[in-house]
Design a binder for this molecule. Structure first.
Ligand code: CAA
Length: 258
């Protein structure tokens, strides 16, 4: 892997997009590398949470690679969008929770990458936007869909139609990010949140993610039925028995197993 770095800190994975020559913009090669690394992560039972960030001080990901897109014909552009959407779907559906640690520009495909994560923490000074219409294109890695689901129809339309770049405070105000922290505290804040999630029963966390994500695509009656299935599955785990016995014995579970 040249443009994607994976490090592990205990049961937390930290995935860094690293293409400093283009502010970490996503080209075909980077997307293919991400695709491969996500397959590895999906099969790695030792990981409970994944943090995604960008290399350097300035940028999370400054979008899809414009120099690569410039000469694309519609078929090539379609394949590029299919690949980007496949990779971002893998992130969204990854069995473990994902946190975007947004360390700078999250524009176009970079904003879409953050949107594909479960939770977004931004540093002061981070910038968000979908500037695609200024380049004669629409968002192509899920922006028209996920931004709408996260900030609502009217705000998503405003941001996408104007291409306006917003700062971290505005992103927080509209619900695009969960939290803002000082730049130098970003990774520690992301790790702290990841550790908190990882301290809970891992199967319960995974099933909760699945229930939220799948239920969000369904009508409420089907969604609550799905929740019932997920809830009942938890009762086949050791963690459920251990945690409830521990509660009744007025102590904490020492370590969740599965
Ligand atoms: N693609 C390719 N290269 C990019 C890039 C991108 N998205 N963003 C930045 N770069 C490159 C620049 O071309 C520049 O390269 P050189 O040093 O070789 O000239 C280098 O990164 C540094 O960038 P700047 O000199 O522009 O840095 P800056 O500080 O002046 O500006 C910026 C920073 C505001 C982020 C500016 O780089 C910018 O506007 N980038 C493009 C943002 C954008 O429009 N993103 C959306 C792309 S379309 C998309 O993502 C489609 C989709 O949904 C799939």
């Amino acid at each position: 892997m040249e443009n994607v770095i994976l490090k592990k800190e205990g049961n937390i994975g930290v995935l860094t997009i690293s293409r400093p020559c283009a502010l970490n913009a996503l080209d075909f090669k980077t997307l293919v590398e991400l695709d491969k690394v996500l397959d590895e992560l999906e099969g790695d039972e030792s990981l409970y949470v994944l943090i995604i960030t960008g290399d350097g001080e300035k940028s999370f990901v400054a979008g899809a690679d414009i120099s690569q897109m410039k000469d694309m014909n519609p078929i090539q552009a379609r394949n590029f969008s299919i690949l980007g959407n496949k990779v971002f779907k893998k992130i969204e559906n990854l069995r473990i929770p994902t946190i975007a640690a947004v360390n700078g520009y999250a524009l176009g495909g970079g904003c879409e990458l953050a949107l594909a994560c479960d939770i977004r923490i931004a540093c002061e000074g981070a910038k968000f936007g979908q500037p695609e219409v200024g380049l004669g294109i629409t968002p192509g890695f899920g922006g028209t869909q996920r931004l709408t689901r996260i900030v609502g129809l009217a705000k998503a339309k405003e941001l996408i139609f104007t291409g306006e770049i917003i700062d971290a405070n505005e992103a927080l105000r509209i619900g695009l990010v969960n939290k803002i922290v000082k730049k130098e505290e970003l990774m520690e804040a992301a790790l702290k949140l990841a550790r908190k999630i990882a301290s809970n029963a891992p199967i319960a966390v995974m099933l909760a993610k699945s229930s939220i994500n799948k239920g969000y695509q369904m009508d409420i009656d089907t969604a609550v039925m799905y929740e019932t299935e997920v809830f009942s599955q938890c009762f086949s785990t050791e963690d459920q028995k251990d945690a409830m016995i521990a509660f009744l014995e007025k102590r904490k579970v020492e370590k969740f197993k599965n």
